[in-house]
Design a protein around this ligand. Structure first.
Ligand code: NAI
Length: 337
């Protein structure tokens, strides 16, 4: 099948070309992001392969459907950037990669925790300049600290086990309690109790209307002074303005962010010789206790291989009229928290 890739990056192109040796699809790579203005590049392609910052709204979908597209193959787990209702009305199927490496994301969340706590990112720069002073580098033992997980699906579950390996007390909030985690000693509590009791809070839920700004000014007021907030979920789970206010007041001790509400057009790009126009992002970058990475939690060799293989398999299943086990449909609704 002829596949138009949007927002293609060098780090993924190779894994797709390698995996395609067993599928023999026709791959056409575009570096530009998908939106209603770029969609016509995919003329003649029944399948569109999109990434997390492509704008798959009703306007884009209308252009794609009008030029004969039939399948949107997301090479991501998250699907918050797709107007599923519009896709369904336009008879476009949507598939995704629900699981590629929960280890990749959980391990990156852990890397953010460890770096922020032990300040390795600051120490690295310091010693390279011949500054061997330890002032300002005091961390804390993770052992016996309470870590609150919001979301204990595939990634949250791995995260809980990693944290238990460090001797942390893990509490969690999810609309479903995971039996394995309960058996392993994870305590499920109300959402506000996660905010009140945790020394570290890590977000592992999808972005949807119920979880949008789940960490807002109200929630941040409930948190312990000095709390560490880690977000490898989606940017808009956190109200960035409220986070900045609480970082400025000193109430928030640390923030580790792999995702950001307005990351589209910034993350994944080299803007090092451009003026950063996003004032909120610029402000976040000024805090010594904020560690930002540009949506790289998924980025391991194992995850890239799995993303490529699953995406191409999803497309082959569609092409051969087989059941689409990774289809995303509008009936995935979430209960109000
Ligand atoms: P998952 O679907 O396995 O788990 C999500 C959990 O959230 C489920 O247990 C579900 O019950 C819970 N949940 C959903 N809505 C809820 C609500 N309204 N209230 C309470 N609980 C709710 O998803 P997985 O694989 O663990 O991924 C989580 C998120 O991580 C993804 O949706 C994606 O946005 C993000 N992600 C980020 C990556 C990165 O590179 N930074 C890479 C992969 C995923």
């Amino acid at each position: 099948m002829k596949i138009a890739y949007f927002d293609t990056h060098p780090f993924e192109k190779q894994s797709f070309m390698k995996a395609n040796q067993s599928f023999q699809h026709e791959l056409i790579f575009f570096e530009t992001r998908l939106n209603s203005e770029t969609a016509n590049l995919a003329q003649g392609c029944p399948c569109i392969c999109a990434f997390v910052n492509d704008k798959i709204n009703v306007q884009t979908l209308e252009v794609l459907a009008a030029q004969g597209a039939r399948l949107i193959a997301l090479r991501s787990a998250g699907f918050n950037h797709v107007d599923l209702e519009a896709a369904e009305l336009l008879k476009l199927k949507v598939v995704r990669v629900p699981e590629y490496s929960p280890y990749a994301v959980a391990e990156h969340a852990m890397a953010l925790i460890l770096s922020l706590n032990r300040k390795t990112h600051r120490a690295y720069n310091r010693v390279r300049e011949g500054n061997f002073s330890l002032d300002g580098l005091v961390g804390f033992d993770l052992h016996q600290k309470t870590v609150g997980l919001i979301g204990t699906g595939k990634i949250g579950q791995v995260m809980a086990k990693i944290l238990q390996g460090f001797g942390c007390q893990v509490i969690a909030f999810d609309r479903f309690e995971n039996a394995d985690l309960l058996k392993a000693g994870v305590k499920y509590v109300e959402l506000d109790s996660v905010f009140r009791q945790s020394d570290i809070i890590s977000l592992h839920i999808p972005l949807n209307p119920e979880t949008h700004h789940i960490v807002d000014a109200r929630a941040l007021i409930l948190t312990k002074p000095g709390v560490m907030i880690i977000n490898t979920g989606r940017g808009a789970l956190i109200d960035t303005h409220a986070l900045i206010q609480h970082l400025k007041s000193g109430h928030i001790g640390y923030a580790g962010l792999d995702v950001y509400e307005e990351e589209e057009g910034v993350f994944f790009e080299n803007l090092s010789d451009k003026i950063l126009l996003d004032d909120q992002l610029a402000r976040l970058l000024t805090f010594p206790n904020v560690l930002l990475t540009a949506h790289q939690a998924f980025l391991t060799q194992e995850a890239l291989k799995c993303i490529a293989e699953t995406t191409l398999q999803n497309i082959s299943d569609f092409e051969h009229d087989l059941p689409l086990k990774n289809e995303v449909r509008t009936q995935i609704h979430y209960k109000k928290i």
